[in-house]
Design a binder for this molecule. Sequence first.
Ligand code: MTE
Length: 323
Amino acid sequence: MKKRTYTDHSIASSDITPEQVFLNRRALIKASAGTMAGALVVPSIAAAQASAQSALSFSPDADRSLVDEQTPYDAVTTYNNFYEFGTDKSDPARHAHNMTTDPWTVKVGGLVNQPGSLHLEDVLSKFDLEERIYRFRCVEAWSMVVPWVGFPLSQLLKRFEPKAEGKFVEFKTLYRRGQMRGTRSFTSIIDWPYREGLRMDEALHPLTLVAVGLYGKTLPNQNGAPLRLVIPWKYGFKSIKSIVEINVTAKQPKTSWQMLQPSEYGFYANVNPEVDHPRWSQRFERKLPSSIFKPNRVPTLPFNGYEEQVAGLYQGMDLRKFY
Ligand code: MTE
């Protein structure tokens, strides 16, 4: 099988202003096509159609490049995990519109020299937005390829000047019971707010993105509006949505899924086909849209295909132990 890695590609910051995030997708894709650094190719409509055809005859051993086409917008925005709105994959698209996202403030504190807050308007005006086409792999073995719009998390963190003793970064999602029916449900299993964490070097890695849009549009609520993380080499649950708080810490922070079931969900959560989830294999993934008739089943790659860029972060670590 041909080996393939997936690097980010970006458009020059001068090519896109915050307002342009709201522009149509075609203009954005046209802009990015001219500045790609030989990474994932933005497909033309004809290519996308050809790929849809070839996906019909796809087998797990076939060349993965066939499935590197972008996932249709409808699939990305209607099949979600956002437990604040329910546990069914259709719940976020049905109920997330109840969450108001304007005004929105992110509080940044902990071990930083300049604690403070960012309002959404600051986020859109102070950071250089770019488009990144990333593969995204959920721990439940579905995957997609999404053109996100955002900026590296490192840009945000540096503004608040993390102290040398800050070794980790903790993130929290909005917790607003009145607007989030999943948090009021009897079947709710998470200790709200939803929490995630990264080691500082992971947080500062250039691939770690704060996304504010997808497909050239602002993020739909169900995908984590108005801003969320996207960490493409880790299972999807690390990519926390609708962030309201960021703290730099000395100790490894607690994360929602680890608190819930530590034997199944580790802190690192790097995509690793060699380490099975205790209840299912991680060797394959179903690329959305996936169905019984067209499962789109393909092999999963170490670090979700970003091995070249990130394996160095984990040198000397036993990734079976630190899963
Ligand atoms: N963030 C919050 N706040 N709540 C959640 O339930 N689910 C996670 C992650 N971020 C989740 C979250 C999981 S399990 C996945 S797979 C991704 O969001 C899904 O992101 P998507 O809806 O953009 O596909």
